[in-house]
Design a protein around this ligand. Structure first.
Ligand code: ZN
Length: 306
């Protein structure tokens, strides 16, 4: 499935599959834009206390909506509160691998401290958030091998537990994975097998995806999507850009991960930067930017149901 990726425009010298030239590729008609930011931390500073303004600015930039994933106990509780105020905003809940130590050691609030205990607690907490918070997904969850992260064994346990809850609730997952793709693939493969033996299906997104082609093909075979944002602007990210070039049309999603990424001006990125991301991605793939808008919008509906 998808090894050389036939499912996208292939550049053949002298043949233009999308009737565009270089200039047209980099410009677009605003009325052709249909964009969702599939990963934005709307409750975090500097966005959290100006949600109305962020939404207005996003609408003006042609962005339909944005998905806010959770990452810690505090973030998930804040997102539940936001969801009560803005019921139309799509949200997700989960514990990010880098926030496992926060739960386990700092215990800032009673809830954080309670979450750190024995195996099974994460699953209980997540189930509670899902029941209260009307999510479209579970996330962001995953593995992260960078320094300061909690032991990999613990991360894998927390990841597995959250995947099981997502499958049981028939929700897609938003995966954060840094320098741990082989282990992540193994865990997702097991989870997909368990899901299908229970008559269910694992599906989801590898966010800010940067892995080898080999792993990406295996992720795609499991039903995973690939989202990219302002990382695409950095020409030094050769692996990430090569993967972005390969991603099949039916697995491509747009995101900013704002405010935790940087736009072309060096500012924290927001949904209004997505047209720039789409232009960059179109340039990498050699297709029209409207094509990126169109396929990413369809894929957002396919994976998240929005
Ligand atoms: Zn994020």
């Amino acid at each position: 499935m998808y090894p050389g990726c036939q499912n996208k425009p292939i550049r053949v010298p002298g043949q233009v599959l999308f009737p565009i030239d270089a200039d047209e590729r980099l410009s677009y008609r605003k009325d052709m834009m249909t964009i969702v930011d599939t990963h934005l931390h709307l409750t975090d500073p500097p966005f959290g206390d100006q949600i109305e303004e962020i939404r207005r600015r996003s609408r003006e930039a042609g962005i339909e909506t944005m998905v806010t994933p959770g990452y810690s106990v505090t973030a998930c509780e804040t997102i539940i509160a936001m969801k009560q105020q803005y019921p139309d905003l799509p949200v997700a809940y989960g514990i990010h691998p880098q926030f496992i130590p926060v739960m386990e050691t700092e215990g800032a609030s009673g809830t954080e401290a309670r979450a750190g205990g024995e195996a099974g607690r994460i699953g209980e907490l997540l189930t509670d958030w899902l029941a209260r918070g009307r999510p479209i997904a579970v996330g962001e969850i995953g593995l992260d091998s960078r320094r300061g992260s909690s032991p990999m064994e613990r991360q894998q346990q927390v990841f597995r537990e959250q995947l099981a809850v997502a499958v049981a609730h028939d929700l897609p997952v938003v995966i954060h994975c840094v320098q741990s793709h082989p282990a992540c693939l193994t865990i997702l493969t097991e989870a997909a097998r368990e899901a299908s033996s229970a008559g269910r299906r694992l599906r989801g997104v590898i966010h800010r995806a940067s892995c080898s082609r080999e792993v990406a093909v295996a992720y795609a075979a499991l039903g995973m999507y690939f989202s990219q944002g302002p990382d695409l602007f950095d020409v030094r990210r050769t692996r990430l850009r090569a993967l972005a070039e390969w991603v099949p049309d039916d697995r491509l999603l747009l995101e900013t991960d704002g405010p935790y990424s940087v736009n072309r001006k060096g500012e924290p990125a927001g949904p209004w930067d997505l047209p720039d991301v789409a232009v960059e991605w179109a340039g990498i793939r050699g297709c029209a930017v409207e094509h990126i808008f169109r396929v990413s919008r369809m894929n957002t509906r396919a994976v998240f149901g929005i």
